[in-house]
Design a protein around this ligand. Structure first.
Ligand code: AMP
Length: 419
């Protein structure tokens, strides 16, 4: 099965050739024909499955073939993709640009935390496809700098994360201003009742596609626990990185402060590292991600929420510098390695304070994890656990506008997903 077999146009096939994809992933194989046929779609798929191309490719084709009939005008895009985070929005828009490079369609990404004015200026041009986070989108609608009356195609990406982050009211507000006649695509990793309710109010006679959940991938990840004293974690991490010659490592900490401190210390000890979390400016995060992807940065230290939506292929090493408070986050974290069929390695540095968290994780994943004590880093058998420092409540986010309940407020809060 090739992309041509799915009915994609030559301009898209050429773009796919340029990015080097030869075979559609299962979600692409199932979703592309349905979307091309103009149907609504309910898709169960997570990051890493190729879902973005699954909706972007047919969207580009539909818009391009209808191009002459309904030209987009100022402030009035024809397709809207809503995502929960800025990072994901930026990545989706990068994909739209890459796949659409041979077509006469324009795209734009829009999110909070950066100035309004450049976005206002850009909206005055012809924008066909808008990728946005909900808060900033509504800001523009409120100001009259964006008109959603021309939307033919609407995509809600990572709907479950949208709800987790408290965006349901914003989503409903957006839905209320979209034209009635439109095609809708909803992507979600999970299908809790809330998602089903949203789907039934959003989608008309949808086709359903589902790809294997990530748990199957987790089995292919080599997981190791390194018991170690609290104070020796950093040195052990440095040793593992150096001895293993790890070149691209995603390290998780529980708090933003912890992420900053660890990145600084590693950097000082000759391991180029940067932190990425909700208190960092947009440009700092983008820079960190760019440097990391370009292999100029060896370590990216991230908090859980900041790490979601980071799109890096087949990340070889993920480290839990501190175990997450919630066992499911362990699965999310290690799922960042071993993508697209490739194997991966996930290691966790565990001190006496975290033994209960470790037991919870092992119960959740129904697996006893392998322990390796590194000579010279044997944990003190008499060490007493200390209470874990909780992630502090989020500080006021940097916003260019004060009062909106929007994109970043909830970014780095402890997760409150249904469990
Ligand atoms: P996504 O699930 O959309 O975040 O995509 C996961 C990763 O897979 C992205 O880095 C894509 O660039 C990559 N990808 C998507 N489709 C394909 C394909 N057909 N072949 C190879 N890689 C792909």
């Amino acid at each position: 099965m090739s992309f041509a077999d799915l009915g994609l146009m030559p301009e898209l096939l050429a773009a796919l050739d340029a990015v080097g994809y030869t075979t559609p992933t299962p979600i692409q194989r199932d979703a592309i024909p349905v979307v091309l046929a103009g149907r609504d779609l309910l898709a169960a798929a997570q990051t890493g499955t190729g879902k973005t191309a699954g909706f972007t490719l047919p969207m580009l084709q539909l818009l391009s073939s209808r191009h002459a009939a309904h030209p987009s005008t100022r402030h009035r895009p024809r397709a809207l993709i809503l995502t929960p985070t800025r990072e994901l929005a930026a990545q989706v828009e990068e994909n739209v640009s890459a796949y659409g490079k041979n077509l006469a369609l324009n795209s734009m990404v829009m999110f909070g935390g950066v100035g309004m004015q450049p976005q206002v200026t850009k909206l005055r041009g012809k924008i066909d496809i808008l990728v946005a986070t909900p808060g900033r989108l509504l800001d523009h609608v409120g100001q009259g700098t964006l008109d959603l009356g021309g939307i033919e195609l609407f995509v809600l990406d990572e709907a479950d994360r949208m709800l987790d982050m408290g965006f349901i009211r914003d989503i409903r507000r957006v839905l209320a201003i979209l034209p009635k006649q439109r095609q809708n695509l909803l992507f979600s990793a999970t299908f809790a009742d809330e998602i089903r309710a949203l789907a039934s109010s959003l989608l008309k006679d949808p086709a359903t596609v589902e790809v294997t959940p990530r748990n199957t991938t987790v089995e292919r990840i080599e997981q190791t626990i390194y018991p170690v004293d609290r104070e020796a974690k950093r040195q052990l991490l440095e040793k593992l990185i150096r001895d293993g010659e790890w070149s691209q490592v995603l390290v998780f900490t529980r708090t933003k402060h912890g992420a900053n401190r660890l990145a600084e210390q590693l950097d000082k000890h000759g391991i180029p590292a940067m932190a990425i979390h909700g208190n960092k400016s947009q440009s700092a995060r983008e820079k960190a991600l760019r440097e990391f992807k370009a292999n100029r940065l060896r370590v990216l230290v991230a908090t859980d929420i900041a790490a979601r939506g980071i799109d890096i292929d087949a990340l070889p090493h993920v480290v839990n510098y501190e175990l997450p408070q919630v066992p499911e986050d362990y699965v999310h974290r290690i799922g960042r390695t071993g993508r697209a069929g490739a194997g991966g390695e996930a290691v966790s540095l565990v001190c006496v304070d975290e033994l209960k968290l470790l037991a919870d994780i092992e119960r959740t994943i129904k697996q006893k994890l392998n322990r390796v004590v590194v000579p010279g880093f044997e944990p003190d058998p008499n060490a007493k656990p200390e209470p874990l420092r909780k992630a502090p409540p989020p500080r006021g986010p940097r916003r260019d506008k004060p009062a909106r309940a929007a994109d970043q407020v909830r970014r780095d809060q402890p997760s409150q997903r249904r469990r």
